[in-house]
Design a protein around this ligand. Sequence first.
Ligand code: 5AD
Ligand code: SF4
Length: 440
Amino acid sequence: MNERASVGCRPRVYLETYGCQMNIADSQTVTAVLRRAGYDLAEKAEDADVILLNTCAIREHAGERVLGRLSDLARMKNRRPEIRLGLLGCMAQHNRAALVEKAPHLDLIAGPDSYRRLPEMIGRAGFDPAVDVRLDRAETYADITPEHDGSIRAYVTAMRGCDKFCAFCVVPYVRGRERSIAPADLLREIAELAERGVREVVLLGQTVNAYRFGEVDFGALLRMVARVAGIERIRFTSPHPSDMTDSVIDAMASEAKVQPYLHLPVQSGSNRILAAMDRGYTVEEYLRLVERLRAAIPSLALSTDIIVGFHGEERRDYEETLALMRTVRYDQAFTFKYSVRENTRAYKLGDTVSEEEKSRRLAEVIALQEATSLELNRASIGSVFAVLVEGPARRGEGMLSGKTPQFKTAIFPALGARPGDTIKVRVESATAHTLMCAAV
Ligand code: 5AD
Ligand code: SF4
């Protein structure tokens, strides 16, 4: 029996999170569920009675990382057979059958709609793992207040699931159908967060701007959140271009708290590929949307997601993606090699672009984006931005960091500022990812 794990009478749980913001937010819900059931949190796996991995299934690579970690933990379990080992989240949902077979050391496997039942699943003793991967159209965890980490920014899940079924994407299968959380529940949670010092709220959802609860659409929700006292900045991620309605654009343009930054995943610059992906828009429609957004919100910064090497992507399709990037000039881009995912509609089509060619295309996309980010950031040298102070900068003694309204990382001398303060800074120099600033 491990000495440290047995100290005190409350069992201790260690939770490790992989993947997107939604998973980080889900882990805060899991923590709240387990606290209610009498668990304490452990800082490291070695100190815990229960070890849980909240996992991601979006690309194969995400799964490989988790499997690597699982084999480390299996060795730990050989030394300490009393620990309980569990896999949560999208990979649990996606790979449940294979996991039951291939990972005999797992005690429980819980999908994203099963977190309420975790305490009983952990408590269940037996040789077979407890498996609960039922997707539940009604589960929103609206009554469970996620455990906030104490920072000035909080992520609040506004809707769960996705109904878009893009041909490459596993999310609708592992997170289930779209469902929105009642505005009253969201507003209560956000007001509580504001009282505890949160100044910036990021509304989350796989297609967050598809939010709808009765008469309340996402634009209306933004306006409601803007009325919450103490909240100074509102952001959201990730919207889908097809749900970027006038209502949402108007709210962004007219509510001062809604920040001028938008992550607008495009995926490809080729109409042929966009159609094959089932994205629901053409390049021309996307560019018109960008124009409308920029006309309504002149200081808007844009980021995007791009996939290279989707089934059937030819060199000329890919060059159209580069051309689109040059036209839009994104502030930032998250770029991925296409990864074939089981269950998705594109699965049976397979891979047509070699791994080497995907790597070449990815490198080129990244180089173009780095150059654009650097140009745009350098162009902001001399400008003054209001920065919401987050805390000490990762590098640089006595330096603080925070985000500009456009969600760029600014580094500046502390000079007595504290987390949660908003201060004015002037950009003095810039890299592709950071603005080095002086106090104004
Ligand atoms: N392969 C590569 N990238 C993917 N994404 C989603 N599914 C896949 C996949 N099968 C990317 C998309 C999405 C982001 C969250 O992950 O760009 O917007
Ligand atoms: Fe996946 Fe498309 Fe839904 Fe985004 S909108 S989560 S890419 S299916």
